[in-house]
Design a protein around this ligand. Structure first.
Ligand code: UTP
Length: 233
């Protein structure tokens, strides 16, 4: 039996500058349609969410309200994917974990954005993976995996092929800054994601979604040495 999978797609992959990258969204949807291993897709907020959050901050709005704005934007992104998936997707964006159980019998791919303040959409991906008993969570981002420092600002950054939970935890603590727990600023792995990973022991792979051929190969199990695997054993 093929493993059951959840995919998180970073908001950065859905946009090209200010424009919605419809070509990419179409390509993503055609890869995951008509497969029986995809349980759910979680969409990130991306730069557009951060813009809206910044606008609220400029009005002096609190962080919880900024988070809610991020949730709205990620749900809009989820709606784009739902329409791209056509009949393969459950037509509404679930707004709670309980929405999933109510609608499980439809046997469609769930597409979600955020759920509640104080976390990232990566945490949603973990919550959904645990709840649906997925075997694997694939996190698509705009870099090749998890690095020892930000690869966008450090040309000598080194990618980890595999990371234990302990190492990951140390990395998160090391890289934490004052803004890490602010709306729009939760990093690739936030504290909630880590806690759920610890107890669910789900298999996680983080890799680049810039070239979606890679996703296809990973899903078809044609390559294994890609991105960063979190070893939770
Ligand atoms: P993301 O987690 O998607 O942030 O949600 P991001 O940095 O844009 O991630 P990528 O690049 O797309 O993967 C955007 C914001 O929405 C709020 C947070 O403020 C988050 O930073 N949010 C999201 C929540 O408060 N709760 C959620 O469950 C999800």
């Amino acid at each position: 039996m093929s493993p059951k999978r959840v995919i998180k797609i970073g908001g950065s992959l859905l946009f090209e500058g200010e424009d919605i990258n419809t070509k990419k969204i179409n390509e993503f949807c055609s890869i995951i349609r008509k497969r029986d291993d995809i349980l759910a897709v979680i969409c990130g907020g991306g730069a557009i969410a951060r813009k809206y959050i910044q606008a609220l901050r400029d009005f002096g709005v609190n962080e919880a309200k900024c988070d809610v704005m991020g949730i709205y934007i990620s749900r809009l992104n989820a709606k784009l994917i739902i329409e791209g998936l056509k009949d393969d997707a459950y037509p509404l964006v679930p707004e709670s974990i309980e929405d999933l159980s109510r609608n499980l019998l439809f046997n469609k791919i769930f597409v979600l954005g955020g759920l509640q303040p104080g976390q990232s959409t990566t945490s949603v991906a973990f919550e959904v993976s645990e709840f649906l008993n997925a075997n694997e969570l694939l996190i698509l981002t705009d870099v090749e995996g998890i690095f020892d420092k930000d690869p966008k600002n450090n040309s000598d950054a080194k990618k980890f092929d595999e990371l234990s939970i302990e190492k990951l935890q140390n990395l998160i603590v090391d890289s934490s800054s004052k803004t890490q727990a602010a709306a729009g600023e939760y990093r690739i792995f936030d504290a909630v994601s880590l806690q759920i990973l610890k107890r669910s022991k789900i298999k996680v792979r983080i890799f680049s979604g810039t070239n979606l051929n890679l996703l296809k190969k990973v899903l078809d199990e044609k390559i294994s040495n890609v991105g960063t695997i979190i070893n939770s054993k």
